[in-house]
Design a protein. Structure first.
Length: 330
């Protein structure tokens, strides 16, 4: 693959890192308040963890998708033979933001949960962060739900999502901020995992947007006022994503973004199709309460009869995933 230009530490170079000269030590590494050292091959943290992955070790395979901030590619890490997904994120950086991002990546590195996509490492080249994570070989839910999914599959997806969101909140104090079907990934073992959580939001704030998404998963309160994001806004996005996965289409359909956002704020929230059970429909309507303070917490959601009905039930998610992959729409 194309050899990355590398992190240029020649201090007169016009790179986003030129401003960081005071952090460069004589060995040509950048130091951040003793917390992290960034260099062309990755990032080392003072606690001993390191992001040793570098572009030269990666063999580029196909593109998995494009988002608002960059491209996700399948890559093979030649040192370990691990297949990974590599996301390129363009950043608009300043010093404090970069420092914050490094700390956030450190948090990610330490966190593991079966409901969260594993993070392998990151490296910086010029104004991009390359972020390597677990490759999920069936892709994201938006490409897998087809005309909709049966209730037991929906329940298992809901369980993974709620557990993943609860883990982020309880263990890492993270609000996801971008819950939607493209950020819920599936593999051929039938596992369902969340990705692209906003950490403390610093990485989010530094992102250079290339295009704006045309479907909004934003809760009504976020549309009405800025900076009103709380954990219950993620609960709304969870409910909306599940309605989409169940019914096979994004539930708000309007020709333009303005009409769509107005519908989210003013109209009755969407609900599950009639053939779903009372428990399932109640779970969704609790998540999609227009008033954020009335939406349940994750702990409450896990106790909900819909979840309780399926939590110990064996659902053949593996067969569903394989079948969904075969009829996958790209
Ligand atoms: N770890 C992964 N394994 C497999 N496929 C992935 C992985 N991460 C992302 N993808 C695929 O790449 C696509 C692009 O991902 P990306 O996060 O850049 O954008 P998005 O989630 O679709 O939208 P947005 O930019 O609005 O968040 C996703 O839709 C998903 O299908
Ligand atoms: Mg994504």
């Amino acid at each position: 693959m194309r050899k990355g230009p590398g992190l240029k530490l020649g201090l007169k170079e016009e790179t986003p890192f030129s401003n960081f000269s005071k952090y460069v030590d004589p060995s040509g590494k950048l130091n951040f308040a003793g917390k992290a050292i960034i260099h062309a091959d990755g990032v080392n943290f003072s606690n001993g963890s390191s992001f040793a992955i570098k572009m030269d070790d990666l063999l580029l395979q196909e593109e998995l998708g494009k988002g608002q901030y960059g491209t996700v590619k399948k890559v093979s890490h030649q040192v370990t033979n691990v297949v990974m997904a590599m996301k390129e994120i363009r950043l608009e950086l300043d010093e404090t933001k970069l420092q914050q991002i490094l700390m956030e990546l450190d948090v990610l590195h330490k966190s593991t949960s079966e409901d969260i996509v594993e993070f392998y490492g990151a490296f910086f080249i010029e104004s991009c962060v390359y972020y390597c994570m677990e490759y999920m070989d069936c892709g994201s839910l938006d490409k897998l739900y087809g005309d909709g999914v049966p209730e037991d599959v929906l329940a298992k997806i809901a369980i993974s999502m709620v557990k993943g969101l609860k883990f982020l909140k309880d263990e890492l104090s993270i609000i996801h901020r971008d819950v939607k079907p493209t950020n819920v990934l599936v593999n051929m073992k039938g596992q369902v995992k969340l990705c692209d959580f906003g950490v403390s939001g610093q990485l989010n704030k530094s992102l250079a947007k290339t295009n704006i998404g045309c479907q909004s998963y934003m809760a009504p309160e976020r549309i009405k006022a800025v900076d009103t994001y709380t954990v219950s806004s993620d609960v709304w996005s969870l409910g909306l994503s599940l309605v989409e996965v169940a019914g096979g289409k994004y539930p708000y359909t309007y020709d333009n973004m303005f009409a769509q956002l107005r519908a989210i704020v003013e109209e009755e929230p969407p609900s599950l199709p009639e053939h779903y059970s009372e428990e399932a429909r109640d779970f969704i309507s609790a998540c999609l309460h227009k008033e954020p303070s009335k939406r349940p917490s994750y702990a409450e959601l896990l106790q909900h009869p819909f979840i309780q009905k399926y939590i110990d039930q064996d659902v053949d998610m593996k067969s569903w995933a394989i079948q969904a992959l075969e009829s996958r729409q790209d």
